[in-house]
Design a protein around this ligand. Structure first.
Ligand code: NAP
Length: 268
């Protein structure tokens, strides 16, 4: 079924994992698609199946989003293609090992993909959609944005960056007809684990979500207009309490006076 009214969805990292599931679910909903990843052959295979299964138009762009020129091509597509109504900012990677176990090249690569490309594309989509007065942006962050003690620090830091960017961007474009959603998956069964040398099967089974369940839940959150969606978190009140505690600090976070505990005692 094709429903052109819904507009085109551009998905980064659509060759495997969550991005491939988003492609399937959004095609099923009637969106035409633009699929982006490095592996053009894999993308074209997926595109052929989606065209056949759902009768939607699917365009494929092979791009390495650690390369600035490739990010520019996708930014330009988000700006120029006024048919794009939904941007799924999903491409991302994890690192092998812990915070002290990676070198310069690995750190630069993950920052280029998870931070630089994700920020440039979210902001390009934000500007384009705000100018059009409509659109939705889905930023795939992680629960590790909230749990830096439990994982490698550059990955968890990159996801905290994306959560903060997403919340700030939502604030900037909300009144201009644009919905920005940050999705925070917990451990989810995708290729990212094997790619980063980790075995997802070492996690207790009750901690690992199926990729299809994750994307379906995230889309339910999007349909509800949520700006932050945490599919595994059963007690929504915990997020609300965390937000309330964070916002309550607001008035105390920038003051002329140094806090009492930091005032040095002058010797008489
Ligand atoms: P995945 O299966 O490894 O998918 C990652 C996607 O990103 C692939 O399509 C990959 O395609 C693409 N990609 C990787 N490097 C790229 C590059 N340099 N340029 C362009 N595309 C690139 O992993 P996933 O779990 O679905 O990850 C999707 C998002 O979910 C990521 O942002 C990840 O951080 C986030 N996330 C995952 C989990 C989890 O447990 N799975 C939990 C929280 C958050 P190519 O190799 O073809 O380029």
């Amino acid at each position: 079924m094709t429903d052109k009214i819904q507009g085109t969805a551009l998905i980064t990292g659509a060759s495997t994992g969550l991005g491939a599931v988003y492609a399937d679910r959004l095609a099923k909903r009637g969106h035409d698609l633009i699929l982006v990843a490095r592996n053009g052959v894999q993308l074209e295979k997926r595109a052929t199946k989606l065209r056949t299964d759902y009768g939607v138009a699917v365009d494929v762009i092979a791009a390495d989003l650690t390369k600035s020129d490739d990010v520019t091509r996708i930014e330009q597509r988000l700006i120029d293609d006024t048919g794009i109504a939904l941007f799924v900012n999903n491409a991302g990677m994890s690192l092998n090992g812990g915070t002290l176990e990676n070198g310069t090249s690995e750190i630069q690569t993950i920052i280029a993909l998870n931070i630089t490309a994700a920020a440039r594309l979210a902001i390009a989509a934000g500007k384009a959609f705000a100018a059009r007065g409509t659109g939705k942006i889905v930023n795939i962050a992680s629960v590790l944005a909230l749990a830096p003690e439990t994982f490698e620090g550059v990955y968890s830091g990159s996801k905290a960056f994306l959560l903060n960017l997403s919340v700030s961007l939502a604030n900037s474009v909300r009144e201009r007809g644009v919905l920005v959603q940050a999705v925070l998956p917990g451990a989810t069964r995708t290729e990212i684990w094997e790619r980063s040398g980790k075995d997802i099967d070492t996690f207790p089974a009750e901690m690992v979500m199926d990729a299809g369940d994750l994307v379906d839940a995230a889309l339910t959150g999007l349909d509800r207009g949520e700006e932050v969606t945490i599919p595994p978190l059963a007690d929504e009140g915990q997020w609300d309490a965390y937000q309330a505690a964070r916002l309550a600090m607001g008035p105390g976070l920038s003051r002329r006076e140094v806090a009492g505990r930091y005032r040095t005692t002058q010797a008489a």
